[in-house]
Design a protein. Sequence first.
Length: 265
Amino acid sequence: MLTYERIAAVAAVGITLFAAGGARAFEGAPSKKEQSSAYQAFQTGARAYMAGDKAAAVTSLLDAARLGHAMAQWKLARMYAEGDGVDRDDVKAFDYFTQVANAHADDEPYTDQSRFVANSFVALGNYYLDGIPNSQIKPDAARAREMFSYAASYFGDPDAQYNLARMYIDGPDGEKDPRQAARWLGLAANKGQREAQAVLGHMLFNGLQVPRQRARGLMWLTLANAAAGPNDKWIGDLYREAEAEASAEDQETAQAYVAAWNKDR
């Protein structure tokens, strides 16, 4: 499952912040003149995108990307992956995500900028997991695990942690480990990643490969359901199923856990 929602939610704000000056943190080895040109091209593209002129935005973003501007590369990758102002082209998206990941894998973690680098690793992991039809990018579960593992461990990215947990559950490369899955789900769930909250809650409520904790499981399902979007019907289904089976005591305890969670946030 693709989990770009967290990044997409900050993308509009992020592109404005970077256009205002934050993107300088992505500048690398090019000369000052090249950096300035890339930054200016990115600013122009960002303004055009925010104004709704995506054709002009692509032209400027391409100029910035050719000069190695990582935020421009990331934004183009997202546009090609989603068909946003351009014809959808997963191969081009893959290429731009790869450029960001290769050039910025060692960037400082836990910064605003690192979210976009981590998202590039997550996107690459999903491409490797499924492959891209009619291209040279074939399904490679081992490579997908590497992408998710790096972003989950180094950048602490919750989407990567969730995707890594899913691999430990599903074992597309033959490696299943419920304990590792629960560990990564817990890390992501504690950061508010709703898919992780839902899966962890379902496992705990039903005692699936982990010790049963019905109230704790219902807590995670309640939080996931509250954050669910229009494409998250499966989360609502899991929540309603657990709520219908939970005892009055489980429901009361779960609500106390939810209240404590919200208070801490």
